[in-house]
Write a protein that binds this ligand. Structure first.
Ligand code: IPD
Ligand code: CA
Ligand code: CA
Length: 262
């Protein structure tokens, strides 16, 4: 791993843990949070999302002032170092505000459009997933490897959808996973489910439309654990656009790609 990446990796993990602790503090007193909505009544946000993103932004700006930064809540801050941080302060806000433990802090660093660092911190489980390009993926320090013997038939497939996706399509995806003898799972945090693909808890994850901050940290984890990820165009303006997200163990790739029509 080159020094540029290793310095950022150390910071990414430290900041993810600190951000996770801050988010957990809000979670533990969530009755006092004012819940606001964004695109629709399912798309929720609170001060917790904003404050956690500001904490992360502040620390990155201090350590790497020339790096770019994209966060879900406060948007894009361009940089000129070639490195770009892509952050979802709380992925799984709906579980978060409703008192479920399935949420996480997701921090990616991209270089030349590729995710080179992925850190996903899940505070309720005290699980920290860490990956860097060429250096493997770990969960709380233990190496992660996807199992090539797993398929849609002998494992579970994660799948998510939001209001960008036609309701008929949501039903079709569930039906097609079931029709091939598989089963589907959703916990409300796409980033966490991607980390779970890296950890072998799910054979794959598919969601028709997600943003860079939802998927790039998870993509780095899955790639480093030996899985495959559908390319997400993170170059220039494309970084802000939504796209299909698919990450999968090699034994289920062809079948999940067919179901996803990719
Ligand atoms: C959402 C979650 C959800 C996925 C949505 C995302 P948020 O992110 O990852 O599982 O289905 O597409 O937008 O809003 O909780 O950060
Ligand atoms: Ca998200
Ligand atoms: Ca979010």
């Amino acid at each position: 791993m080159n020094e540029q990446i290793s310095r950022r990796l150390a910071l990414a993990e430290r900041v993810a843990r600190e951000a996770g602790a801050k988010a957990l503090d809000y979670f533990n007193r969530r009755e006092s949070l004012v819940i606001e909505t964004k695109r629709d009544a399912q798309d929720v946000v609170s001060i917790a999302d904003r404050e956690v993103e500001l904490l992360i932004r502040g620390q990155i700006a201090q350590a790497f002032p020339d790096d770019g930064f994209l966060g879900e809540e406060f948007g894009l801050q361009p940089g000129n170092s070639g490195y770009h941080w892509v952050v979802d302060p709380i992925d799984g806000t709906s579980p978060f505000v409703n008192g479920m433990p399935n949420w996480c802090v997701s921090i990616a660093v991209i270089y030349q459009g590729e995710p080179v660092i992925g850190v996903i911190m899940a505070p309720c489980q005290q699980e920290c997933f860490v990956a860097a390009q060429g250096a493997g993926a770990t969960l709380n320090g233990k190496p992660l490897h996807v199992d090539p013997a797993r398929t849609l038939q002998n494992h579970i497939t994660g799948f998510g959808a939001n209001s960008y996706v036609a309701p008929e399509r949501v039903g079709e995806i569930a039906a097609e996973i079931t029709a091939v003898g598989g089963n589907f799972f959703r916990n409300g945090s796409g980033a966490m489910m991607l980390a779970w693909v890296a950890a072998g808890r799910l054979v794959g994850y598919y969601e028709p439309y997600m943003h860079a901050w939802d998927c790039l940290a998870g993509y780095c984890l899955v790639n480093e654990a030996g899985g495959w990820t559908h390319p997400f165009n993170a170059q220039g303006e494309q970084l802000l656009r939504g796209a299909p997200v698919l990450a999968v163990a090699p034994g289920a790739k062809d079948e999940l790609m067919r179901i996803a029509r990719l």
